[in-house]
Design a binder for this molecule. Structure first.
Ligand SMILES: [Zn+2]
Length: 143
């Protein structure tokens, strides 16, 4: 099918189009036309793009700062937790120790293991109720 000749919109030269929407005469003019349309689009949208990029950069900076603040907060919380845990551990150790602690009023002694039946005090002036049945004063006094 033949279409009537028309002027190229880039160079003005007359040409015979091979399809209805053809507006340029050659590959060179076609490429020039594509560049022209692209540039027009870019010019039109440059301001919008620029604003968008600026907004993205501001958002990015704000988020970076928020991230830094959150990291600091997290580090502080971790430190507080470590301190709290250390205190709790010590408390538990103290509690466990005091649970195992035994007291001897006779000797004014507090220990996890008492020397019941191994001291003179265990028998004098009377035999202490905590003395093991096998304990003898003679063995304690023996050299
Ligand atoms: Zn042309």
């Amino acid at each position: 099918m033949e279409y009537p000749t028309r002027p190229c919109i880039m160079c003005g030269k007359s040409f015979v189009p091979t399809y209805p929407a053809q507006v340029t005469c050659s590959d060179n003019c076609k490429a020039a036309r594509v560049r022209q349309v692209d540039n027009a689009y870019r010019r039109k949208n440059y301001r919008k793009h620029k604003e968008y990029v600026t907004k993205l950069e501001q958002d990015n900076e704000r988020l970076q700062n928020e991230l830094i603040d959150l990291k600091k907060e997290l580090e502080m919380t971790i430190r507080e937790l470590q301190v709290a845990r250390k205190g709790k551990d010590q408390e538990e150790i103290r509690a466990a120790l005091s649970k195992r602690m035994k007291a001897c009023e006779r000797m004014s002694l507090r220990a996890t293991t008492l020397p019941c039946g191994q001291r003179e005090n265990c028998f004098k002036p009377t035999r202490c109720s905590e003395c093991p049945p096998m304990a003898r004063l003679e063995e304690v006094l023996a050299p």
